[in-house]
Design a protein around this ligand. Sequence first.
Ligand code: G
Ligand code: G
Ligand code: MN
Ligand code: NA
Length: 254
Amino acid sequence: AALNADLRLGLQQSQFQLYYQPQVDGEGRPTGAEALLRWQHPQRGMVAPIEFIPAVEESGLIIPLGHWVLETACTQLKAWAAREETANLNLAVNVSPRQFRQPDFVERVLAMLERIGADPRKLKLELTETLLLDNVEQTIEKMAALKARGVGFSLDDFGTGYCSLSYLKHLPICQLKIDRTFVKDILSNPSDAAITKVILTLAQSMGLTAIAEGVETEAQRDFLANQGCVAYQGYLFGRPMPLAEFEQFLMRTT
Ligand code: G
Ligand code: G
Ligand code: MN
Ligand code: NA
């Protein structure tokens, strides 16, 4: 309860911010970022999303907060589009199930993109397998409506949930995100190596891209590259960082 009151106040007082974690291509060049929510609480300090996302989901505050995230991300995309060096950057945004299931989710996102003037093709929504499990038909309909306008979908934490492979072919997604639990021990655990290989092959044969997350070492990156991976995210390239720092990172790497 105390947390919820704090969260409400935090929204009013602009205590939330987005951090940006670089996503890079096979040559290490930044292609964009994943936007990750941070809460700078006046007393608690920096609060990590795992500590408050469940509470905001539960209370319904995820709706205004999730829209603030999308709004901020689209505004950022619009700003990047205006500068040649950043014009091609994409932004991946996590969308929680409760937010996605709002009846007016599609309309709100499309209206927001239009109002801000952001390119929908630069926006990627990260959904989890859990979200895709129930109400599949309605979910597909909503995804298709957004996809028709250019918005992309990435299946986050892929391989850790309960999504059957037969669903995959019906989902209008463009990317599989290889969960970092598979990447972590990829060099020492043959099962993890096999799983990442299967995901990469699956993505390729279905015409999807795949991005490996949680890449921390060059050895992991090289191993994934040998398996055909061409998109990465992880501490090896950059941690989630405030906007100013991310823009400095871009200047160093491009
Ligand atoms: O940086 P990390 O601790 O950033 O993020 C932890 C988890 O919190 C991520 O796996 C992600 O699923 C979730 N998360 C981060 N930012 C957001 C957000 O803006 N919206 C939602 N729904 N989840 C987020
Ligand atoms: O939404 P998702 O679960 O994919 O969010 C990504 C999470 O992974 C964030 O909490 C982010 O801080 C974390 N993360 C990103 N890169 C790395 C990494 O290289 N190592 C570890 N341990 N965590 C990472
Ligand atoms: Mn994510
Ligand atoms: Na993930």
